[in-house]
Every structure is written in C-alpha cells, then in structure tokens.
Design a protein around this ligand. Sequence first.
Ligand SMILES: [Zn+2]
Length: 347
Amino acid sequence: MKHLLPYLQDDQKAADYLRQVRWPAGVTCPRCGSTVVDPRERCDNGLQRFNCVPCATRLGQQFAMFTDWTGSIFEESKLHPLDWLLVIGLWQLKLNATDIAAAADIQERTAQRCINLLDGGIYETYHLEPSRQLEHQVEADECYQSAGSKGLPREVERHDRAPRQRGLQLRGRATAEMGRPPLLGLVQRRDKADQDAPAAQVYLEVLENVRSATIKPIVAAKVKSGAQFFTDEYNIYHFTKADYDHRTVNHGAGEYARRDPDGTCVHCNTMEGIWSGLRNFLDHFRGISQRFLHLRVARYEFLHNHGHLHWRQTFEVALRCLFSTTGDYWRWMAHQHRRMPLTLCYR
Ligand SMILES: [Zn+2]
C-alpha cells in the first residue's frame, strides 16, 4: 500500500488520484461524454466540481454540474475520498469488515457496506464480463462451502425448515437449500513455457446444485470449444466430450495425476490449490451468509487473477472496474434485501 501514501495526506489529494484513475485521458461528462468541461470550486469533502458546457446548453441552464463521483458507485456515499482510498487498499489485502473498520478507523457497519459495494462492483464488472473466456488447458472441479441464512431467522422460517444442521455428514451431494452451496471452479493452467504468462486464470461460480443442467451453460459460456478439459470421474462432466478434449482422473481408484501418451498431464491439482486458497480467504469472514457468498468469491477470483501484477497495478485495475459501473447491481441487491439490515449478516 506504500504507493498510496502521497495521496493519503488529505481529501483533495485522494480525490485527485481517484479522478486520475477514472479519467486517465482527461475528465469527460458522465452524462453526455463531452470533454468540454470547466473545473469549478471543490465540494467540502474535497471532490472537484465540473460544469459541462454542452449539457448546460442542451438543458437551457447556466450550469450543468457534476463531481468526480457523479455516475459512479461512490456517488451516494458519505465517506470521504481519503477514507475510500484507504478502504479500497485494505479491501485488496483480503481483509474482512472488522479488520477494515479497525485499520481505517471507521464503524464496522460502514466497513460492511463498503466491502459489499466494492465486491458487488467487481462482481458486476469483472465476474459477469462475458468476453472473459478460458482456453488451452482447463481444469474443472467443484467444492462445497457452508453458508446459511446467517443472522436472518426470518429467512429460515420463510422456507419452513429447521435451522441448518452443522457438523453433520449429510447424505448425497449438498445443495444451496441444504446450507452448503456448491461452487464450480474453472481454471486455465498457466503456460509454463511463457515466462511472462499471467497467473492461472480462474472462474468461480456459486451454484444452487451440481447437476449437468446447471453446469452445462456455464462451461459453454466460459470455456472455448476445443480446449483440453480435465475433471475427475464425476458424471456431471460427461457432456463435455462433445465440445472438448475431455480427460479424467479417477480419484476413486487413487489416481490423482497421470501423463498420457501424448505428454499431457491429466490432473485437477491447479484447481485443488485454488480451493485451499479460497477456503483460507473465506475463513476470515467467520461464517458467511448465502446472500454475500458470491460477492466474496468474486473478490477472491479478481484478486487471484491479478496476482501476477504489481500491487499498484492491481489496485488501479480494480478502481477502473469499479468506475465502469454505476452500481445498478448493488442497488438491485439492496432492493432485494431492503428489509434485512446489512449489519445483521455480521455477528
Ligand atoms: Zn455533459
């Protein structure tokens, strides 16, 4: 986080840095995209105001003002630019709300809102980005994460079921309904021959259940056809034979890796490694609600896929993602759960 130090002096410096990342080629109007904008006096919290000349003319007004944050997910936030800069830096260190609150000297409730907004922005702009596809050598695997209706007894009542059973072996494959939503992991192996190749690129999706019908559209959308596709023997992957060079290792027979005659290494060890990293990350949240699981998983996915970059580069890629959304997804989320205060998810 050292590179942030010069910008953490005051709100104006923080706002200037954030503006530089949002508009590297110069400020443009978030409404009309025009570059004919005049800087005006700053807001009390250090944000720069601008007047868009074309918008003012179009509206027949003297001014059409916007600020550094107009049309971004930060627009409605009362937190100052300096605090946001610090929070985003701590968010990148994979901290939970309690730790961010302590480190940034803000309320835990505020920190909780902040990480939901940031994770939601990354989910919307990075995780859901349709052009991101995996190719060459792709491993697939699934794992299960305990996540219930944390802090929401009403949710449990609504489903008319007993509270989630903990620590007991359940029969069959777990589902979200049973309190253990499955996760599908797809990972493109790192090209070892290429020194500059980025880290293994991963795509993680929280599922309702593990059935072929659930997994098929995700694999079709995310893995380029013709890729080598490595899984275990589990029959939900059988459909991939049609579009991919599908090879399996037989975990049941104690086989975890093998080299095929054509020299291809057949295993799912890359994905296994990512699962252990993800578990480690999710453990920091000390129990996680199903409402937020996909957001935390999206943060892990983003940070993992940018792990090969310098800290500052990752920070700025994250910021550019966040500035590329207006937070529609987040508003939708908040609307869905309007009667469930955010603080409840964190005991
Ligand atoms: Zn304009």
